[in-house]
Design a protein around this ligand. Structure first.
Ligand code: 13P
Ligand code: SF4
Length: 325
């Protein structure tokens, strides 16, 4: 096994014999190594099905903070695995593919944001968890889409706030809290790509369907949605609703849990602007495969490595969020 491959490719590239049952091997290895598998709702269905915990960003951070496993295998993207490492620095945190980034986290580079923040020295900085560990060191309180309103409401009304990096979530939170937060101009490429025209058409064709949307979508889409919420909020909504049909405007991975939990209901993935591409799939989330999970557990690589200084400074705003959640 040539580990140099990991540096150049970001994942372990090894042919797996067709005689190997990857799921059986993962099960064997996770027991032997006392590993826990955390998976986000946007992961491939077959990964969600073998995870110890599936959830939204908040739930996965909470699980990472309290697990007694020796290894956390994170089936998600880089900022999520980083958050797990920050909360459980003594544990080995593995990410099957280091290329699994996030366009939203990338939209707030450290240097530019630091400069911006210096222009508003009295503002409180609230950052979405979809940021790099470095950016979290410039942050007072982290939030996720499921607790953003609560976090903002906890800040005294006379305090001005910078909200980063998602302008769509920020605009939505401004609207529901009556605040006037200063918004960083970032966005998620998946959630910004939904087509209002095609969704309006779908609504016409399915007048009995409710439109549900993640707050990372554009404000024009949120305006016509029947329910707006984090991935877990969308899932809970379809479980509790007495309606049978939903147009779902978020990454398509969540449909797996919706269909599993409500097999008699109908779920339609909201279409993107570009008819040729499946932009409602996050290519970063979909970089993880069962094969990569198996090789990662086997070799305990790629591992998330962060300096102690970075961990200590990025931890404070995450702990403030967990205390307020
Ligand atoms: P949730 O916290 O709602 O799961 O969102 C995570 C994410 O990456 C959305 O794009
Ligand atoms: Fe990032 Fe968007 Fe992918 Fe979520 S869906 S991980 S915000 S790029």
């Amino acid at each position: 096994m040539d580990f140099k491959n990991i540096d150049t490719q970001g994942y372990i590239n090894e042919n797996i014999s067709p005689d190997i049952n990857v799921v059986d091997e993962i099960n064997k290895l996770r027991k032997e190594k006392n590993a826990v598998i955390l998976a986000h709702f946007y992961q491939r269905p077959e990964i969600q099905d073998i995870a110890d915990f599936i959830g939204d960003s908040l739930k996965l951070a909470q699980e990472a903070a309290k697990t007694d496993a020796d290894i956390i295998l994170f089936a998600g993207v880089h900022f999520m695995a980083e958050t797990a490492k920050i909360l459980s620095p003594q544990k080995k945190v593995l990410l099957p593919d280091l290329n699994a980034g996030c366009s939203l986290a990338d939209s707030a580079p450290y240097k530019e944001f630091k400069k911006f923040k210096e222009s508003y020295p009295n503002h409180v900085v609230v950052s979405y968890v979809n940021t790099t560990a470095e950016l979290k060191t410039l942050t007072d309180i982290v939030c996720t889409s499921s607790n953003a309103k609560k976090i903002i409401d906890s800040i005294p009304k006379n305090k001005e706030i910078i909200f980063a990096p998602d302008k769509n979530l920020g605009t939505y939170i401004n609207q529901i809290t009556g605040r006037n937060m200063l918004l960083w101009d970032g966005a998620c490429h998946v959630h910004s790509e939904f087509s209002i025209d095609r969704i309006e058409q779908l609504k016409k064709e399915n007048p009995d369907a409710l439109l549900i949307a993640h707050p990372e979508c554009k404000k024009e889409l949120l305006f016509i949605a029947d329910h707006v919420g984090s991935t877990s909020s969308l899932l809970n909504f379809v479980k509790k609703s007495n309606k049978d049909k939903f147009i779902v405007a978020t990454e398509s991975g969540i449909l797996h849990q919706m269909r599993k939990s409500e097999p008699r209901k109908t779920f339609i993935a909201a279409p993107p602007e570009d008819t040729k591409c499946a932009c409602n799939d996050c290519e970063y989330m979909k970089m993880n495969t069962l094969e990569k999970l198996y090789l990662t557990l086997k070799y305990e690589k790629p591992e998330i490595i962060l300096s102690n200084d970075l961990i200590n400074n990025a931890k404070k705003p995450i702990i403030r969020m967990l205390e307020l959640s």
